[in-house]
Design a protein around this ligand. Structure first.
Ligand SMILES: Cc1cc2nc3c(=O)[nH]c(=O)nc-3n(C[C@H](O)[C@H](O)[C@H](O)COP(=O)(O)OP(=O)(O)OC[C@H]3O[C@@H](n4cnc5c(N)ncnc54)[C@H](O)[C@@H]3O)c2cc1C
Ligand code: SF4
Length: 544
């Protein structure tokens, strides 16, 4: 990888302070940040600064767009705000009230959405696989799910660019569209070695990576120190989040990042076009005018904002003429199986993302289910481990004994491709939040295919651990990630946005976050969301 070519298109890693100064936040850039007036009509206002909004802010600022990106949460300072402690990280999550329902309700909060500049990438694990070409055409190839209006080829160059910018470390990847990574694989811990050994014995191919964690220095970003607090926010800037990989460059190129700004409504003018957004900052209601509005609030909050932006022209919610907003929301089934080993393994002594296999990703015609799953190391810290144990019904003395035994356990996690179903959706609840806005109600029910995938993935994880010598295994059922809710489609009857992420209903309203995905594969989603943002910036460039 030529770092010069990365630096020429994204200087973020070089704009962070040198770690020898003991300061990790680019304070000067933040102080000198351009600040726009609310009354000024910007080229674009971006709502939400996570995976999608962070990349888009940087790309548009680079092209000279006058752009402000508003986020409901704070502008994090890794030194002050984050701690290497599991319980101390709860402020990172979106914990505003939300209601859940359906036959298989999905707990919301720390496990699926973040809040603040960097969004969920601040506390994501950092696994960054690409989607497979098959993910874009599951209806045609497998008779389930939906086809995207774009193919894998449309994202391939952006995947490669972003893998360099994050940068991603890992072994050459044999699955999907085979490719290599710019940084070599990290050394693996005891947990990773056990996963690799179990796979070797069963003949299952597995690889180290792909993780968005520097293996060597990148600009002023240091090497990972392998302390395992990636899900609490990486204090040293080794793990990629858009807070460190894209926002510094966006600031240097003239974007404004306006934190603590909760957008409550998209405003539609008499001409039927978006004229800007209404937001609350410091207890005061304000308006930001813009020629274009781009929503990047992720799968629950983007549909909620559209529904809360109902107006005379859109009485059932913005862009909701065909009752599609909030529908086809997906989570990945994410069972975790833990195995006990006689020797001390200490799974926490490494980044949780280490090793994975995508050998079960595609449809296997011999099976009675469609699509598949991936398996990865997950390595929960003690509080999460205690939840794992308590979910087995253990309490009191037995729970304490499992906790004392923590250093002997290794945990693997699967990501199962749950299918997009119309009734898995966000609607508005009767309850309101602190701003007086109706909160989201998220209903979820699994289909037969989903359940079969869960069972198959659990079997595979158990076999891998047993093949590596586990004396006992336990499984916990959980969910991970969110995708869909305002999906792309070929036309307004099949999607909320088109192939270029422009809403069918409002000419100058775009959506660029996880909610636009028609299917989710069994890959972790952040890299694909970033790639969609990079592609959108290329598409929008000529407009200025
Ligand atoms: C614990 C955890 C681990 C994960 N691990 C991985 C992983 O290893 N690999 C991977 O690929 N993915 C992982 N993910 C998922 C990944 O982080 C998300 O899929 C991705 O960040 C979503 O990108 P986004 O741009 O759609 O939204 P986000 O990154 O969530 O950003 C949305 C932003 O919008 C803001 N916002 C929302 N509503 C409003 C509003 N009304 N006004 C203003 N701002 C608003 C929020 O504050 C937030 O900052 C993980 C997620 C979690 C929670
Ligand atoms: S293990 Fe590495 S990437 Fe994870 S938080 Fe620690 S230094 Fe950051």
């Amino acid at each position: 990888m030529s770092t010069d070519s990365v630096r020429r298109r994204n200087e973020s890693a070089w704009l962070l302070p040198n770690p020898r100064t003991q300061v990790r936040t680019p304070w000067k850039l933040r102080e000198q940040m351009r600040r726009f007036d609310d009354r000024e009509e910007l080229d674009a206002v971006i709502v939400g600064v996570g995976a999608g909004g962070g990349v888009l802010s940087q790309r548009l600022a680079r092209r000279g767009w006058r752009v402000a990106a508003l986020d409901a949460g704070p502008f994090w300072d890794p030194d002050e705000d984050w701690v290497s402690d599991e319980a101390g990280s709860h402020a990172l999550y979106w914990t505003e009230p939300r209601l859940i329902g359906g036959r298989d309700p999905v707990p919301l909060g720390s496990n699926n959405s973040g809040r603040g500049v960097g969004g969920s990438t601040v506390h994501y694990a950092g696994y960054t696989p690409r989607f497979h070409p098959s993910d874009f055409a599951t209806a045609t190839r497998d008779g389930v799910g939906a086809d995207w209006p774009i193919g894998y080829e449309a994202l391939r160059p952006h995947y490669a660019d972003l893998e360099e910018e994050l940068p991603v470390a890992g072994q050459a990847w044999p699955w999907g569209d085979p490719h290599g990574y710019p940084h070599s694989p990290h050394p693996v811990s005891g947990g990773g070695e056990i996963f690799l050994a179990g796979c070797r014995r069963l003949g299952i191919p597995a690889r180290v990576g792909p993780v968005a964690i520097t293996n060597g220095v990148m600009g002023n970003r240091p090497h990972c120190i392998y302390r395992g607090f990636c899900l609490q926010g990486c204090k040293v800037n080794a793990k990629a989040s858009t807070l460190v990989t894209h926002i510094p460059d966006a600031l240097a190129r003239g974007a404004e990042i306006r934190d603590s700004s909760m957008v409550t409504r998209v405003e539609i003018g008499a001409d039927g076009r978006a004229s800007g957004v209404v937001y609350r900052r410091g207890g005061v209601e304000r308006r930001q005018r813009a020629r274009m509005v781009i929503l990047c609030c992720y799968s629950i909050e983007t549909p909620r904002l559209l529904l809360n932006s109902a107006c005379g022209r859109f009485p059932d919610g913005l862009c909701n003429d065909f009752d599609l907003v909030g529908r086809y929301l997906m989570v990945q089934g994410a069972p975790q199986t833990a195995g006990r080993f006689a020797e001390e393994v200490r799974m926490y002594k490494a980044p949780p993302p280490e090793v994975s296999t995508e050998a079960f990703y595609e449809t296997d015609p011999a099976k009675d289910y469609r699509r598949g799953f991936s398996v990865q190391t997950v390595s929960p810290l003690p509080i999460t481990w205690s939840e794992h144990v308590a979910a087995q019904g253990h309490w009191g003395e037995v729970l304490r004994e499992y906790m004392r035994d923590y250093v002997h356990w290794v945990t693997l996690g699967a990501l199962c491709e749950f299918l997009p179903l119309p009734d898995n959706r966000v609607t508005l609840a009767g309850e309101s939040d602190q701003h007086g806005l109706p909160v989201a109600h998220f209903s979820y029910s699994q289909c037969d295919n989903d359940r079969k995938l869960l069972a198959a993935a659990t079997d595979v994880m158990t076999h891998i651990l047993e093949a590596a010598g586990a004396e006992e295994t336990v499984t916990i059922q959980r969910y991970a990630h969110l995708m869909g809710g305002a999906r792309m489609g070929a036309d307004e009857r099949s999607g909320v946005v088109d192939a270029n992420l422009r809403s069918f209903a409002v000419d100058n309203l775009f959506i660029c976050d996880g909610s636009v995905a028609p299917t989710q594969g069994s890959a972790n989603p952040a890299l694909t969301i970033m790639a969609l943002a990079a592609r959108l910036a290329d598409h929008l460039a000529p407009r200025r």
